[in-house]
Design a protein around this ligand. Structure first.
Ligand code: SAM
Length: 291
């Protein structure tokens, strides 16, 4: 019987060892003049214990020789990128729009022995599914200003991705996992949970970032479902939730007037006096199907 593999400080994988022996991130930041820009949502993670925790949460195991593609959005100076390589990502594609960060990452590209590829682009302009073969997992400490938009883009084709492990501001994380009945429940909750299993993995305090943001953050994981939670046409479901939550204090009879009001709700078997936050995802699907 062979002894079980134990994670030690010095991994077996020569690439992981090469990455661990790189100079500290602060040196790469200083050498590339990578002062954090607010306009690019730059709040860096420099603590390798934390970034490795995120990489582990994404399912990467040292020596696991992952198949498929790990995609990182916004590697910045490369804290999480290093962790992903140490944790065994064998094909890692990182998309970054700040050229200073691309410079800062050049030594990591060398150390990665061909495992890390950088794409200098705005992540909003590219199709993440074209970046490498499946299974594709996206792992990112997202820039807050475009995080939700990026997720909505990826959720256009959820079947193309195995998982998303993403840092969001706490308030967005709460909206993503919110159950019916709560203040945070809204369009984003319905769409995300209709398409994926969603959970908050852990919170990250502002002090973990350089510079610290004003808000708390959480790492959220979304795993696409094989089929959505209940049958519905996506465009119809989005029309219904957009209209319903546009006036979340109003009764559905009022907010859905333009889509059919009482008659529509009656066909769907929903009381017209309900308010949107009281409806389950399945209820919204029934209304979408009655459209
Ligand atoms: N991953 C790094 C870390 O954890 O330290 C940096 C995270 S920082 C919150 C967000 C990163 O996304 C920055 O490096 C920023 O330059 C980059 N970024 C911002 N907007 C972007 C966009 N539209 N496309 C690609 N990268 C973007």
């Amino acid at each position: 019987m062979t002894a079980p593999e134990v994670e030690t400080d010095l991994p077996q994988d020569p690439i992981a060892r090469a990455v661990l022996s790189l100079p500290p991130l602060r040196d790469a930041i200083a050498a590339a003049g990578l002062s954090a820009k607010k306009s690019l949502g730059q709040n860096f993670l420099l603590d390798l214990n934390l970034t490795r925790r995120i990489a582990r949460a994404a399912g990467l195991v040292p020596g696991g020789l992952e198949t498929g593609t790990t995609i990182e959005i916004g590697p910045g100076p490369g804290g999480l990128t290093r962790a992903l390589l140490i944790q065994g990502a064998t094909k890692l594609v990182a998309v970054e729009r700040d050229e200073r960060a691309i410079t800062a990452l050049s030594t990591l590209v060398e150390a990665s022995g061909g495992r890390l590829e950088l794409v200098c682009a705005d992540a909003l302009d590219i199709n993440a599914e074209d970046l490498g073969p499946a299974p594709r997992r996206i792992v990112a400490n997202l820039p807050y200003n475009v995080g939700t938009r990026l997720l909505l883009n990826w959720l256009e084709t959820p079947e193309r991705f195995a998982s998303f492990t993403l840092m969001f501001q706490r308030e967005v994380a709460e909206r993503l996992v919110a159950p019916a009945g709560g203040e945070a429940y809204g369009r984003l909750s319905v769409l995300a949970q209709w398409l994926c299993r969603v959970k908050i993995l852990f919170d990250v305090p502002a002090t973990a970032f350089t510079p610290p943001p004003k808000i708390k953050s959480s790492v959220v994981q979304l795993v696409p479902r094989e089929t959505p939670l209940a049958p519905a046409d996506r465009a119809d479901l989005e029309r219904v939730t957009a209209a319903a939550f546009a006036q979340r204090r109003k009764m559905l009879r009022q907010s859905l007037k333009g889509l059919g009001g009482d008659a529509l709700l009656e066909r769907a078997g929903i009381k017209p006096t309900e308010r949107p936050e009281q409806l389950s995802i399945e209820d919204f699907c029934r209304i979408a199907n009655a459209l």
